[in-house]
Design a protein around this ligand. Structure first.
Ligand SMILES: [Zn+2]
Ligand SMILES: [Zn+2]
Length: 245
């Protein structure tokens, strides 16, 4: 059986004292981190999850609250964890250069650093199936700031399928992309529609009947959504929530 651990469930700004986007997917043949916001090392530590358990980091897009934690993760893997086994980093086109540039900007350039473990980068253009170690990942484009290469993810973990919206506003194709998922983790930053690049509870309530999937859990909760937790007609994620798949 697979399980999903919510490491961070806030919007970009840490609403409600929550951590930024990150989920640990434990599947039969390995463990993947889905998104790695800047607070991810703190979250893993708080939940007692070892960084060394992570085989792959799969990011939805290049906003700091979704990939900004990778430089620190890599630095810790070298100096704290004495990591020796392969780490895969997968994301939209340009993932390697984005990670290298972010690390350099944050003062931890990897250009002259030797990694004592194998590190591989995998680009996952939209609309195709990609092998990331034992996981099969299909990506799809979402409605979000274009310069962040916004994508959602459909991850096949054994017999179960997990869909993740990444960050997105409402678009007609979203229900089609996540159709048939056993679990759909959907962003819901806002209570009412205020911004075209994020979803709101009002829109998801209106569109609920169009989602043909199993369990649906809302995450990426902004300030107005945190107060609706447990009282909005949908399941909502909290930091540390564990879901069996
Ligand atoms: Zn975000
Ligand atoms: Zn974003």
């Amino acid at each position: 059986m697979s399980e999903l651990v919510f490491v961070g469930t806030s919007d970009a700004f840490g609403a409600g004292g929550r951590r930024q986007s990150a989920m640990v997917l434990r599947a039969r043949h390995g463990t993947a981190l889905l998104d790695c916001g800047t607070t991810t090392c703190t979250g893993l530590s708080a939940l007692g999850i070892s960084r060394s358990e992570i085989d792959s980091i799969v990011v939805s897009h290049f906003h700091a609250d979704h990939f900004g934690g990778i430089p620190t993760f890599l630095l810790a893997a070298i100096y704290q964890d004495q990591r020796r086994h392969l780490l895969r980093i997968a994301g939209p086109r340009g993932v390697e250069s984005r990670v290298r540039a972010a690390a350099a900007a944050l003062g931890h350039s990897f250009e002259d650093r030797q990694f004592p473990f194998p590190l591989s980068f995998h680009e996952m253009p939209a609309g195709a199936d990609h092998e990331v170690g034992p996981l099969r990942v299909r990506t799809f484009e979402t409605k979000h700031q274009l310069d962040s290469s916004p994508h959602g993810l459909c991850v096949q973990a054994g017999p179960k399928r997990l869909a993740f919206s990444g960050d997105t506003g409402w678009f007609e194709g979203l229900p089609v992309q996540v159709r048939g998922a056993d679990l759909f983790v959907c962003e819901c930053t806002l209570l009412t529609p205020q911004f075209e690049y994020h979803l709101s509870l009002e829109e998801l309530t209106q569109q609920r009947g169009t989602f043909d999937c199993g369990r649906m859990i809302l995450t990426h909760l902004g300030e107005s959504m945190v107060t609706q937790r447990g009282n909005c007609g949908f399941e909502t994620a909290d930091d540390g929530l564990v879901v069996k798949l």
